[in-house]
Design a protein around this ligand. Structure first.
Ligand code: SF4
Length: 95
């Protein structure tokens, strides 16, 4: 996995980044609880603010960056669990 902000900071900081210490797949997890865990781990990262700024600039398509969850370039509050679609949608079919 490429984390561009970490490629541009000193090695000592890279080694302190939670996404380098832990399984990096956690930052792109399917499970909402794993995503929340990754967001929490980011809070202890020495480059958290820089990482978030860079992810916003790049309009990251998905994943946890700088302690926030991105989807299609914007920060979203939380990942929705997989499941049935909402009842209030009609899947594009006219009623
Ligand atoms: S803020 Fe999170 S995603 Fe960004 S470098 Fe740090 S641990 Fe990795």
């Amino acid at each position: 996995m490429t984390i561009s902000v970490l490629d541009r900071v000193p090695e000592e900081l890279q080694q302190l980044a939670p996404c380098r210490i832990n399984d990096p797949d956690l930052w792109f997890a399917e499970s909402p609880s794993d995503v929340e865990h990754a967001k929490t781990l980011c809070q202890d990262c020495p480059v958290q603010a820089l990482c978030l700024d860079n992810a916003l600039e790049r309009r990251e398509p998905w994943g946890v960056w700088g302690g926030e969850l991105f989807l299609q370039g914007v920060v979203i509050p939380r990942k929705r669990p997989r499941g049935r679609p909402r009842k209030d949608t009609n899947n594009g079919v006219a009623a």
